[in-house]
Structures are given as structure tokens and as C-alpha cells.
Ligand binder design. Structure first.
Ligand SMILES: [Zn+2]
Length: 477
């Protein structure tokens, strides 16, 4: 009898465990609805890849996605938060409101063909060196899948796709936050292309991006240099000061700059110079501390050169609130979905990119990494997704869309984002977004546990954006 009772008990426990791991029929339906869109998602992603529009110029890329959302029955608000390339596509009604975020901006100067050899598609043009063409298409594909389940009465609530421009510069999401566009969202889901697949336990660095301008007095550089006050001298003093400071900041701090103007010819004392500087650290308060020092260095540099100076903040991104329960949910789905299989041709392509860039020739590494504990400090890099995570509980993950180890924000990522390796990653991402969104719609306890973890982690903190007052800096056409 005792044996029989034990057997029954273990069968019961096994059934409970199996049920916990078995995806619901709605989740399977969501993934099937993503798969049915494969052709459209590939075509939209390729079109955005060819357009390769940079921050706040991505009007045609936004239109590709917004038009598709409209065709699929979403209500689309275009040009939100005073940015022509920002839009929100919404379907359904009532709570919960689950947001899926998408990006589609490219990076200047890294145009590249979908080829494993460095060769520009358009000389001097922009390229998708961060895979945002895949990012936008996958996220919208997931939102459309959820929409179909809501339409069929299988899920209840609202799904929203946020078309968020200018991640690589400016930070479109921050202007959308400023406009209050995330106010009623219960949870936000977002992915990012990568060379590996994992739920994001690392987060992003906070940063601030600002211009320092020096105003001097011009003179003939040989005739009467004593009458001149060189703005370029101030740049030299400033960068020297920043480089001395480097030794006296925490190891997590990153300082970088690019001199944008410092005169044109040596025989004219330049009366104007401009440098764009970024300060990063793991957390916002670390950035503020170093920024205060850098402002003093700018003042000192102006004194040394006898010139005037101004500091203008362009934007700044905040670190990310990582939610253990959220990344667990997405990790389970990434594991359930599994990695794509690659053809010999794709693996040859991957290895050629690794060879061309001096990386270990290991091909693809697309299996979901084991779930890791939340790290104290993020690796180098920032995103305006961090800002969203302070106003809405946000779950973020990475999917391999490129060969392991290849340089990011560079031509090899443009190449793999425009061919089948990128497309396969995009489909995994769309499926993982749709599956996790389904969990959040269906499982109230899971949704509430993520929200309560977020409430605890943000308690007593006030989010404030770094972007200046006034309109977003949309370039004139
Ligand atoms: Zn990116």
C-alpha cells in the first residue's frame, strides 16, 4: 500500500511539474501566429535594412512598420511626442496593457552589403550595425500575433507596439516618456539583437551626452597671434583635463569624446570649437558625480585659453531596473523555443566574418544561456530602454542574430542583419516576445509578481529625464 501511495504521489507531482512546463494552448497559438508572418517580417526587416535611416530621420522605416500595423487592424497614432518617426499601434481594450517596444534606426557611415567581405552597399552611407531592422520587425510581429489572440477572444486586454526612434542618439523613448505615453502600461517587453541569446541580467550603463563649446577671438596666426584667443587651445586643455581625470574615477566609469570643430586652417586662430563628450557609469548618481567634475574642467580649460564656454546637454540615458521574475519568464520561453539550426552556407558566412575581423572562428552561439543572477555593474553600453524601465516594469532580453564575437556597431553586424542568420534570430525574438506576452496576459500571478518586484525596486526613487526642455531635435529636411 505504501509503495502504491508513493507511486501515486510521484505521478501526481510529475503531472504538476509537466503542466508547469507545458506551454498553454494560447502560447502555442501565439507562436504559430508569429510563424505565419515570417514572409512579411523578413520583407519588412530587409526593407528597413536597405533604407538604413539614422536617428530621427527614420520616417520611411517607421512607415513600413506603421502601415503593416494598420493593415493588421491596429489603431495607429503616427508622429507622437513631436517626432515624425515615432508611433504607437494599439489593439484591444482594458487591462492589462502590455507594450512591446521596437527600434529601427541605423548608424551613420557603416554601409555594408550582406556579404562576409567588407564592401559598402552605398559608399559613406548608414548601415544597420545594431540590427535594429530586425528589432522593429520582430517586435511588431509579436504584437500582431497577440492581437490575433485578442481578436479570437483567447486573451483579454490591450497590446501596444511602441515604434521608438533614435535609440543610437537622442533617445526617442525619453521624449515619449516625457509626453506621458507609457503612463497606463502594465508591463513592457523588449529584446535586442546580439551575438548570444539570454535574458538580460546585466542592464545598461547610465550616460550623459553633452556639447562643450568654446568661444575665442580670431587673429592672424603669424601676424598678430597675441591678439587672438584660441578656442582650439581650450579643446586641448579640456581633453587633457578629462584624460587626467580618468585615473581618479571608479573603474565602472567610461569617458569618451569626439572633437567636432577646432578651426579650419593653421594660419587662423580659431574663434570657435566644439567637442561632444559622453560620461557613463553603472548608475545615474555616478554619472552625475563625474559630470560635475567635467563641467569644472571645461571651466578651467576656458580660463587657461582665455575664452568663453557653454555646456549643452544633448541627452542622457538612465540605468536599467532589472526584474528577476521577468527575466525568469523570458528565459523559460527562450529555452522552450530553442535555437535555430543553421545551414552549412550560413555557418561558412559566420566563420568568414569571424576570420575577417580576427575573432575566434566558432560560428554561431544561439542556444539560450543559463539564467544568471543580476550583476552589480552592467557591461559597457547604454540604451533608452533603461529610462522606460523606471516608468514601467520592463523585461529585456537578447537573441543571437549575428556570429559570436564579431564587432558590434560595425560592418559585420550590418552584413549578418541583412541575411538569413539575422532573420532566424528575428523569428526567435518575435516568438519569445509573443510567448512571454501571452504569459503576462494569461497569468495574473506572474504579472503581479513582476509588478510588485518593480514597485519594491523603484520605491522612493524619482525618475527624471536628462533630455533638455523643448522639442526633440528633429533634423530639418
Ligand atoms: Zn541597438
Amino acid at each position: 500500500m505504501r509503495f502504491r501511495a508513493l507511486l501515486l504521489l510521484s505521478l501526481f507531482l510529475y503531472a504538476v511539474a509537466a503542466r508547469a512546463q507545458t506551454p498553454s494552448s494560447a502560447k502555442r497559438a501565439a507562436v504559430a501566429a508569429v510563424e505565419r508572418q515570417r514572409a512579411q517580417l523578413v520583407s519588412m526587416s530587409d526593407e528597413i535594412w536597405r533604407l538604413a535611416e539614422t536617428a530621427l530621420r527614420e520616417d520611411r522605416s517607421a512607415k513600413v512598420l506603421a502601415d503593416y500595423a494598420e493593415q493588421q487592424g491596429f489603431t495607429v497614432q503616427r508622429g507622437v511626442a513631436d517626432m515624425p518617426s515615432a508611433f504607437i499601434a494599439s489593439y484591444g481594450s482594458g487591462r492589462p496593457v502590455i507594450a512591446i517596444l521596437g527600434e529601427y534606426d541605423a548608424l551613420p557611415g557603416i554601409s555594408q552589403k550582406a556579404s562576409p567581405m567588407k564592401e559598402a552597399l552605398q559608399e559613406g552611407g548608414a548601415g544597420h550595425g545594431c540590427g535594429h531592422n530586425l528589432f522593429g520587425a520582430a517586435s511588431l510581429g509579436a504584437a500582431v500575433a497577440i492581437k490575433q489572440l485578442i481578436a479570437d477572444g483567447r486573451l483579454k486586454g490591450t497590446v501596444r507596439f511602441y515604434g521608438t526612434p533614435a535609440e543610437e542618439a537622442i533617445g526617442g523613448k525619453i521624449y515619449m516618456i516625457r509626453e506621458g505615453l507609457f503612463k497606463d502600461v502594465d508591463l513592457a517587453l523588449v529584446w535586442h539583437p546580439s551575438d548570444q541569446t539570454y535574458a538580460d541580467n546585466e542592464g545598461f550603463q547610465s550616460n550623459i551626452q553633452f556639447f562643450v563649446e568654446f568661444q575665442g577671438r580670431t587673429a592672424h596666426a603669424a601676424g598678430d597671434p597675441w591678439n587672438g584667443r584660441s578656442a582650439a587651445d581650450a579643446i586641448e586643455a579640456f581633453t587633457h583635463g578629462v584624460n587626467l581625470l580618468r585615473e581618479h574615477v571608479r573603474p565602472t566609469v567610461r569617458l569618451h569624446y569626439t572633437v567636432q570643430r577646432a578651426g579650419d586652417v593653421p594660419n587662423v586662430v580659431p574663434d570657435y570649437a566644439r567637442i561632444l563628450t559622453w560620461v557613463r557609469d553603472s548608475r545615474r548618481d555616478g554619472v552625475d558625480t563625474v559630470f560635475a567634475r567635467v563641467k569644472e574642467i571645461a571651466q578651467g580649460a576656458a580660463l587657461i585659453a582665455g575664452v568663453g564656454h557653454t555646456i549643452t546637454v544633448q541627452t542622457g540615458y538612465t540605468d536599467e531596473v532589472i526584474l528577476e521574475k521577468g527575466i525568469k519568464a523570458v528565459h523559460d520561453n527562450l529555452t522552450w523555443l530553442g535555437a535555430p539550426s543553421y545551414t552549412e552556407e550560413e555557418l561558412t558566412f559566420a566563420r568568414a566574418l569571424q576570420q575577417a575581423t580576427g575573432k575566434a572562428v566558432v560560428g554561431m552561439d544561439a542556444a539560450a544561456r543559463p539564467l544568471q543572477p543580476i550583476t552589480a555593474d552592467p557591461p559597457g553600453g547604454s540604451s533608452d530602454v533603461g529610462d522606460v524601465s523606471w516608468v514601467v516594469p520592463t523585461v529585456h532580453f537578447y537573441v543571437a542574430t549575428a556570429p559570436k564575437g564579431i564587432p558590434w556597431h560595425a560592418w559585420p553586424v550590418v552584413a549578418s542583419s541583412g541575411m538569413s542568420i539575422g532573420h532566424k534570430g528575428m523569428m526567435v525574438a518575435a516568438n519569445a516576445l509573443a510567448a512571454t506576452a501571452t504569459d503576462f496576459f494569461e497569468n495574473v500571478a506572474m504579472r503581479e509578481s513582476v509588478r510588485s518586484e518593480w514597485a519594491t525596486k523603484t520605491k522612493g526613487m524619482t525618475y527624471r529625464w536628462y533630455v533638455p526642455d523643448g522639442q526633440p531635435p528633429v533634423p530639418k529636411k
